[in-house]
Design a protein around this ligand. Structure first.
Ligand SMILES: Cc1c2[nH]c(c1CCC(=O)O)Cc1[nH]c(c(CCC(=O)O)c1C)Cc1[nH]c(c(CCC(=O)O)c1C)Cc1[nH]c(c(C)c1CCC(=O)O)C2
Length: 343
């Protein structure tokens, strides 16, 4: 019998004194070797679609730090692009997309069956990683959840309050629901291909779930996640899934169970003692160190990391940040963090 990888043990429900660790955005601009490879590729999107170089940047933080898991290098906005949206990145500002705000815009979109033509290089990246990753490191595939992806497709960029998407869902629910359905179906096919290529776990990022309240949260965050996860598990019964309905607050309670996820990722605002009592009863919790501590470091970082680890060690836990590591983070602080958690 082979020893099961540490991340997979946590996702299967095992509590450990030293949890597995990985960081959201662990491949990224805070690493000089990432910036060099991105320059070699030309730009961020060219890097995403270059399987050799995308695999290389995925492996960089594994080599440098020895994390327990690796997340495919890609982006949640590749799905809109594969569905026919224009996508580009403005340096220092973020993503820009052509917008979907009417039935006529929807009529111009491609179908779920057309996405692979654009996304094939991503599956190739996964295949390379499945070969090249160290045998004890788990490979995580991912996609954006439909609501979060829709917010970018409707506004054409990131929005602080997701107002354009809320406006469309209230004023033209037919168009909005058609868009949500299209993203949901495309996401199922995209993640299915990632798993077939070698992803061992998948994570759904609903970064803007927190702006959905009450029944809207259930309809647009919970229901699509449930549909995606149940279809993936029908195709791949042993596939573990991590759900991240960021800033869901009280709506985190029962979410993992309701959508069929094996692990619930939580943001920095969630109190870990509350999480141990209210969320770990349903299984694994992932989180939730404040990414700002990766900039400042020192004893504050080490003691906060140990506090989170110890508060969650009574149940299954995957140590991570509450959101992505930022470009200002000091790579040396990752060593401080790992030393604090693993010693
Ligand atoms: C909302 C969202 C996006 N992308 C993603 C989310 C959900 C998680 C979250 O809330 O952060 C998810 C994502 N984006 C990226 C990954 C790769 C895997 C990883 O290391 O975590 C993952 C999992 C690479 C990336 N995606 C992006 C970069 C930076 C691009 C660069 O190198 O210039 C990386 C490494 C660009 C991106 N991509 C996106 C934005 C808003 C931006 C610009 C903002 C920023 O620059 O941080 C959309």
């Amino acid at each position: 019998m082979t020893d099961k990888k540490k991340l997979l043990r946590s996702l299967a429900g095992e509590a450990m004194d030293v949890p597995p660790v990985w960081l959201m955005r662990q491949a990224g601009r805070y690493l000089p070797e990432y910036r060099a490879t991105r320059a070699q590729a030309g730009d961020f999107l060219s890097l995403c679609y270059n399987p050799e170089l995308a695999a290389e940047v995925t492996l960089q933080p594994i080599r440098r730090f020895g994390f327990d898991a690796s997340i495919l290098f890609a982006d949640i906005l590749l799905i809109p692009q594969a569905l026919g949206a224009d996508l580009w990145f403005v340096t220092g500002e973020g993503p820009r997309l052509s917008t979907i705000t009417s039935a006529a815009d929807m009529a111009g979109m491609k179908t779920k069956d057309d996405i692979h033509e654009t996304l094939n290089p991503i599956y190739e990246t996964v295949r390379i990683l499945a070969e090249e990753l160290p045998k004890d490191v788990t490979l995580i595939g991912f996609a954006g959840a439909p609501w979060t992806v829709a917010t970018y497709m409707i506004a054409g960029q990131g929005t602080p309050d997701q107002a354009p998407a809320h406006k469309l869902r209230e004023e033209d629910p037919t168009t909005f629901d058609a868009l949500m359905d299209l993203i949901t179906e495309a996401t199922i096919e995209y993640l299915d291909q990632q798993v077939k290529a070698g992803a061992e776990v998948v994570k759904l990022f609903d970064s803007w779930a927190g702006s959905l309240k009450g029944a809207a949260f259930d309809k647009y965050a919970l229901a699509p996640a449930k549909r995606i996860i149940s279809e993936l598990k029908a195709r791949h019964p042993d596939l573990p899934v991590i759900a991240f309905p960021r800033e869901a607050g009280d709506k985190y309670i029962g979410f993992a169970k309701a959508v069929g996820a094996d692990c619930l990722a939580i943001d920095t605002a969630v109190d870990v003692k509350w999480a141990a009592e209210n969320l770990q009863v349903d299984g694994c919790v992932q989180g939730n160190l404040d990414p700002k501590l990766m900039i400042t470091g020192g004893e504050e970082l080490a003691s906060e990391a140990r506090r989170i680890r110890d508060a969650l060690k009574g149940g299954p836990h995957v140590f991570n940040l509450g959101h992505g590591i930022t470009p200002q983070a000091d790579p040396e602080n990752v060593h401080v963090l790992l030393e604090a958690i693993r010693s």
